[in-house]
Design a protein around this ligand. Structure first.
Ligand code: FE
Ligand code: FE
Length: 165
């Protein structure tokens, strides 16, 4: 059992490293996405999520501290790919009313990717008896979910409709 616990803890730390790298990459991408957004509400949503993301990074760093670990040394290639694809789409639909719809499509991929990662990490923390860490990760998971929902609402009520005009 002790051995299994050790390797679950190892997996947990690897997942946290992946999430930390993902968040760092999003912190670079979000200001560009906000800048490109035509709809003021979408711009605000990206700006607000930037601030949330800064807090999410702090939560991860708090967890690393508690585990006696340091973040860094690993690059999340999944997020690298999502950001790259997002950039390609932004170039493709530049100066068009479809751009905001494309930004939302890219951002929702990012949120779902994060939700998968945080859901797994939260469950590992729980299994390892690290309940406060599980709660911190759950808080981030909720924020990613809320952001995804907000993007869906914006797409369905405004952005996709304008993209059709
Ligand atoms: Fe995040
Ligand atoms: Fe996010």
């Amino acid at each position: 059992m002790a051995r299994e616990r050790e390797s679950l803890q190892k997996l947990y730390i690897e997942q946290l490293q992946d999430l930390w790298s993902a968040e760092e990459q999003i912190l670079e991408a979000l200001p560009k996405m906000a800048e490109k957004s035509k709809h003021a509400e979408l711009k605000r949503a990206f700006q607000m999520h930037y601030q949330q993301t800064e807090q999410q990074v702090q939560r991860l760093e708090q967890i690393f501290g508690e585990l006696g670990e340091k973040p860094g040394g690993h690059k999340c290639k999944g997020m690298e790919g999502l950001v790259k694809e997002g950039e390609e789409t932004m170039t493709e639909f530049r100066d068009s009313d479809v751009l905001d719809a494309a930004l939302i499509a890219a951002a929702q991929r990012v949120e779902h990717y994060e939700m998968a990662g945080y859901g797994c990490a939260r469950t590992y923390a729980h299994l390892l008896g690290l309940q406060e860490q599980a709660q911190l990760l759950q808080r981030t998971l909720d924020e990613e979910g809320d952001t995804d929902q907000k993007l869906t609402d914006l797409a369905e009520t405004v952005v996709n409709i304008d993209a059709l005009k």
